[in-house]
Design a protein around this ligand. Structure first.
Ligand code: FAD
Length: 317
């Protein structure tokens, strides 16, 4: 079922959902199942599965390093199919511009349609590891906007090459990313919102936000989005802090601010076990305020272990 239909069917109740990361190549999928299993009691209507870009690896041979390109966490669509089948839940693959030609994206969309996947999260992707700026793949989509257009065209019955007739069209529900604290590359919030509006006008059905720790940023973002005519659901993304290192890493990677009282509590924590507990308590309070605001879904970023997401969900759902 489409995310937008899940939201409609909830009739104003807030839903619980989460995002998972595929296992590193060579690892067992059981670990992933073991992390999803405890969260199923909170009845997530959908689970997102991220996609990782290709990256360079250096292989030593006779004292020399040979640079190769590989994907360390492949299999997003396969994992979506496996989870959908095992847990009887909708799964949402993240589809990237970076690293894929439009042809490869088309094959992926065809696979998703065959597998009964109804929702896709359309994203540009970040620059490759070690590169400062995003470079579009030759023959690939430049921006998420172009990817949304490609998916919307398929929904309308058009493949990239018009000579193939589409007798059985998909009807994908399309999610896109939004940034309550502005995307790092956008010259202003206003410019970023204009780009978000373009994605929605091209066919995006809902927005999921980047993580944030200050709800006021989200409230202002929703208000500003409504002012520029974005009417689709805007789902807040929440990340419980789990380790001390997140104090430096999250602002650096995701370009966000953290409240001083959270920073001070984490700095004072004696170990990461305590940090994890602080992260849970903060996320519970943050989520309660978002629930009062009437958000359609509370969407959690679970990078790996899900015990903290379970602790949060137990307080709220
Ligand atoms: P876009 O919407 O294309 O925007 C990128 C930048 O370009 C923005 O600054 C925008 O303002 C600007 N822009 C847009 N259109 C134009 C234009 N026509 N001309 C000039 N500038 C323009 N990354 C992954 O690699 N894998 C994932 O699974 C993944 N999941 C994510 C899930 C969520 C909910 C979010 C919020 C992010 C996720 N990301 C993921 C990160 C995302 O790929 C990066 O933030 C990326 O840098 C931007 O992606 P986007 O889809 O927002 O890009």
């Amino acid at each position: 079922m489409k995310v937008t239909d899940h939201i409609k069917n909830a009739k104003g109740d807030t839903l619980f959902s989460f995002e998972i990361v595929p296992p590193v190549k060579g690892k067992n999928i059981q670990e992933l199942y073991d992390n999803i299993d405890p969260l199923m009691e909170f009845k997530p209507p959908f689970i997102d599965v991220t996609t990782s870009r290709e990256e360079y690896v250096y292989i030593e041979k006779d004292g020399l390093f040979d640079r190769r390109i590989t994907r360390m966490r492949p299999g997003t669509v396969g994992i979506c199919a496996a989870i959908k089948h095992k847990f009887n839940v909708d799964t949402i693959p993240h589809v990237l511009c970076g690293g894929f030609t439009k042809e490869e994206t088309e094959y992926l969309l065809v696979d998703c349609h065959y597998l009964g996947i109804d929702n896709l999260m359309a994203l540009r992707g970040d620059p490759m590891k070690g590169e400062k700026y995003f470079k579009a793949t030759k023959g690939g989509n430049n921006y998420a906007f172009d990817l949304v257009k490609q998916i919307a065209a398929m929904n309308e019955g058009h493949f990239l090459h018009e000579d193939v007739e589409m007798k059985n069209r998909p009807d994908f529900c399309i999610g896109v990313a939004g940034y309550p604290e502005k995307h790092i590359e956008a010259p202003s919030m206003e410019a970023d919102l204009k780009r978000l509006k373009e994605k929605v006008d091209a066919g995006a059905d809902y927005v999921v936000t980047q993580m944030f720790f200050d709800n006021q940023r989200y409230f202002k973002f929703v208000e500003a989005a409504r002012e520029v005519g974005i009417t689709v659901p805007i789902i807040p993304g929440i990340k419980p802090v789990a380790v001390k290192r997140h104090l430096q890493m999250l602002p650096q990677v995701f370009w966000l601010d953290m409240p001083q009282h959270l920073i001070s509590a984490i700095e004072k924590a004696k170990d990461n076990k305590e940090v994890r507990q602080i992260g849970v308590e903060f996320a519970v309070q943050q989520s309660k305020e978002l629930l009062d605001y009437g958000v359609p879904v509370l969407h959690y970023y679970s990078m790996g272990k899900s015990d903290n997401i379970k602790a949060i969900a137990s307080e709220l759902f």
